[in-house]
Design a protein around this ligand. Sequence first.
Ligand SMILES: [Zn+2]
Ligand SMILES: [Zn+2]
Ligand SMILES: [Zn+2]
Length: 151
Amino acid sequence: MCHKCDYAAMLKKSGLEPTENRLRVLEMIGNNIAPLSAEDIFNTIARNHSLNRVTVYRVLKLLVTHTLIDRFSSGGRSSLYGLAPNENHPPHPHFYCRICSKMDCLNPESLLVDTLNLEKTFPGQIDKVEVRIEGVCNNCMKEINIPSKRI
Ligand SMILES: [Zn+2]
Ligand SMILES: [Zn+2]
Ligand SMILES: [Zn+2]
């Protein structure tokens, strides 16, 4: 749960009317510790509110276009959605498990990505830098009986 982000203000700042559905989707993504699939978002919101899948996809597309959220591909056809970096949330790498297809947000300090040099020399404009680390998550390591690493 994030107490710093004002989701209605974020929508307004991007020129979007803070409708109930947009707020619900943005809040759910913002308050989750890891990126979510459209299916996760739909299933959770649909428990308490009436809305359909098409609306969820439409809202997600809109939020991506307005750079409030980022879309990550998660193998196959599905995508995961996480809050785009903003003043409260610095850019951070993601860990993708190739077995369960879950994605986790890593600490921004866990892997330093220095884009400053690149920005100085790259002739175009850089909008987004995505760092994705792939492997097997701790849960799947247990399930397939690979001894967990002691950290
Ligand atoms: Zn926040
Ligand atoms: Zn896994
Ligand atoms: Zn993240």
